[in-house]
Design a protein around this ligand. Structure first.
Ligand code: URP
Ligand code: ZN
Ligand code: ZN
Length: 463
């Protein structure tokens, strides 16, 4: 069915203008005025009046962990529940970070596994990032090329956790990915510092969730960011993408590297690092916020918002990785080191960026589209199919009421988890309608899409 959206204020990364959009055969067919006179509309065309509303490209969240196996725990949202939550929150594409596989497994082991997890379940379009794990062998370095041939031109490296890579392994991945024009993403934390604290604090009786934050200080992250930037420089400015950057010192490291002329550095932060502080860990339910890196301070938050506005940060994602507060998170009730890391957020990202960012004048609406839609799509090879509204792009969009206020609360959310990290937050702005490829996904916070309708996004190298 054709869809004609009339009189909306269409927002791109560069401009905002009033026009109509015609979606035909799942793609944007035309943007302009009086389209009904230029194009012969079929009788059954769906016409939507968007007067006074914003029309944004569907959100692109390039950092989620659906159905993630993390040690003994499995993230609560599978590819159905997690993508329903995404859809209702205005995100129409995800690129999911696959879990570590069994020791020594090839990269395709996880790719095959994840195709199985997502197919028939995902309600929005999806891609995967590869996961590079220790040991990094010549065979696996070779396999990076066939991953790209299979639509996966990005790979994530962890500098902490069990299967973290050593610096020499990191260098070899960076060099190979540069040859292949792919992107290497990094979880940056200094493993030795973090592990020493995780041993020491419980011995000193420091077992509460606040010590989770203290065990992973800003400088442990910033040191790892600096190291990655040096390694990337050694690899002749190999592309690096820093995931979930959370603090001032880390962003300063990036700014200094860029000022020295280093190219191909991409930075992502996440909604939670822009909105929540380490004070949350002092709450009775502080375990809800145990994630890595941890929440930081108001000073860090201010620095990150500035980094978005001045272009030092390219992407806002979520790192959506929920565990039940009443179940898995309680593993950490006597010792934060036993608490699974991660929190929900895929549903809240777009509206919080609007309410906390645009309404509070920290970023423009065009910047929101840039960092939540266009840039992630460009960096990771989804653009111009995704991340933009222009003729030929997929008909993925959001209609946003700019003034309607509501309070975020778990009972209105769609993730299968038992909490939102933003309970009770008053937001301005309301996502009225969400479409994917011209099909209605969500309306007035009700999911009305179809299980399994999400398609694998075959991405191409971009750098
Ligand atoms: O605590 C987090 N972030 N869990 C998800 C895995 C990761 O490190 O991205
Ligand atoms: Zn991470
Ligand atoms: Zn993550």
């Amino acid at each position: 069915m054709d869809t004609l959206i009339k009189n909306g204020k269409i927002v791109s990364a560069q401009s905002t203008y009033t026009a109509d959009i015609l979606i035909r055969d799942e793609v944007v067919c035309a943007i302009g005025t009086n389209l009904e006179h230029t194009f012969s509309l079929k009788e059954e065309t769906r016409v939507i009046d968007a007067t006074g509303k914003y029309v944004l490209p569907g959100g692109v969240d390039v950092h989620t962990h659906m159905d993630l196996q993390a040690g003994p725990c499995r993230a609560v949202d599978d590819f159905y529940d997690g993508t329903v939550a995404a859809a209702c929150g205005g995100t129409t594409s995800i690129v999911d970070h696959m879990a570590f596989g069994p020791k020594g497994c090839p990269l395709h082991h996880q790719l095959q596994e994840y195709h199985g997890l997502a197919k028939g379940k995902a309600v929005i379009d999806y891609g995967f990032h590869g996961t590079a794990q220790h040991p990094m062998t010549a065979e696996i370095l070779d396999e990076l090329e066939s991953m790209i041939q299979d639509g996966v031109p990005s790979v994530k490296v962890y500098m902490t956790y069990d299967f973290k890579l050593e610096d020499d392994e990191i260098l070899s991945v960076l060099k190979r990915m540069k040859e292949l024009h792919g992107v290497t993403a990094f979880h940056c934390e200094n493993h030795q510092i973090v592990e020493a604290n995780r041993k020491k604090f419980p011995q000193e009786g420091k077992t509460g969730p606040y010590y989770h934050a203290k065990s992973r200080p800003n400088l442990a992250e910033a040191e790892a960011v600096r190291r990655i930037l040096y390694l990337a420089k050694l690899a002749e400015d190999a592309p690096v993408y820093i995931v979930h950057l959370s603090c001032k010192e880390s962003l300063q490291a990036v700014e200094e590297a860029r000022a020295m002329g280093q190219k191909n550095i991409f930075v992502e932060t996440c909604t939670q690092y822009l909105t929540l502080t380490e004070e949350e860990y002092k709450r009775e339910d502080g375990l809800k916020f145990v994630m890595s890196p941890p929440l930081r301070t108001k000073q860090d938050i201010d620095y990150l918002w500035k980094g978005l506005e001045n272009g030092e940060i390219q992407v806002v994602a979520t790192d959506h990785c929920p565990f039940f507060f009443e179940k898995e998170k309680q593993l950490g009730k006597d010792d934060f080191t036993k608490c699974p890391n991660g929190a929900p957020g895929v549903e809240e990202r777009m509206i919080l960026l609007y309410s906390e960012g645009v309404v509070k004048n920290r970023i423009t609406l065009n910047k929101l589209v840039e960092v939540a839609c266009t840039n992630p799509a460009k960096i990771y090879g989804l653009y111009p199919k995704k991340g933009v509204l222009q003729p030929g792009s997929d008909g993925d969009l959001i209609i946003l009421d700019p003034d309607k206020q509501h309070i975020l609360t778990k009972s209105d959310m769609h993730s299968a988890v038992d909490y939102t990290a933003y309970e009770g937050v008053l937001v301005t702005g309301y996502i009225e309608m969400v479409m994917q490829r011209g099909h209605m996904l969500a309306k007035d916070n009700q999911f009305i899409g179809e299980k399994g309708a999400g398609q694998f996004i075959f991405r191409k190298p971009t750098t």
